[in-house]
Design a protein around this ligand. Sequence first.
Ligand code: ADE
Length: 291
Amino acid sequence: GVPSTYDAPVHIAVIGGTGIQSLPGFTLAATLDVDTPWGKPSSPISILHHPSPSTGKDVPVAFLSRHGLSHELAPHEVKNQANIAALRHLGVRTIIAFSAVGSLQEEVRPRDFVVPDQVIDRTKGIRPFTYFEKGMVGHVGFGDPFDIKLAELVRKCGHSLEGEGVTLHDKGTIICMEGPQFSTRAESNMYRSWGGTVINMSALPEAKLAREAEIAYQMICMATDYDCWRGAEGEDVNVEMVMGHMKANADNARRFVGAVLNELSKDEHAELVQGKHLVNQTKFAGSMTKK
Ligand code: ADE
């Protein structure tokens, strides 16, 4: 059987979204059933071994399925606090998070990828969204909600796959809405007027909790639809549309994530993946990890 413990620290994690419930092609080294003060994460955490292109040695990567192993968690039910705390407990300081998104701009076509640099919070405050409460008061900067250094590396990897079917947009603002219902046309048009590039239900509070836990975090988005702003010019978003494009383009998504893991596993990025560049913003995050 697969081991249920893993002793060495794991610095890199992938959070898979809709359509990416697993990462095939990697060696499964352990499956961990983690518990945290915030409960159990969305799924067991798989530890995958990835051979470093620079040393040939195996680099461990943690994989977590945001919506559960069989997509049983709605966006507002995702165990965000437990997910980030469990990863941090294993030693994770770098997260690549994947998400299916609606496009709010004509030029971002379904199956295109976006490496966003901004987020607008349109969740409704019903999701547990912080670790800093009950006497543990703190405030973290969030002007750049994604990690600048990690973003640069992710963009390079995406561009290396152009010409092999991957189209990448280097920047973008995610509107993170509450859901689970999709937006009204009036909302969709308002988000466009705000400068929104894409829309999803998953970027927050995930990215905020990662920042509080002092983990470098970057989301990779894949467009699956044009939401509902195009009106008569196109069909409104529906689940079949999202799943259809996600499934059809899953190989590209996995290749993108694979290229990023390949790069992150190189010795030259050891300091980056261990979060050496992260500013100690609070005195709390360190107490979340035992490694
Ligand atoms: N995820 C994928 N498409 C979406 C949309 N149009 N709105 C919100 N979340 C989405």
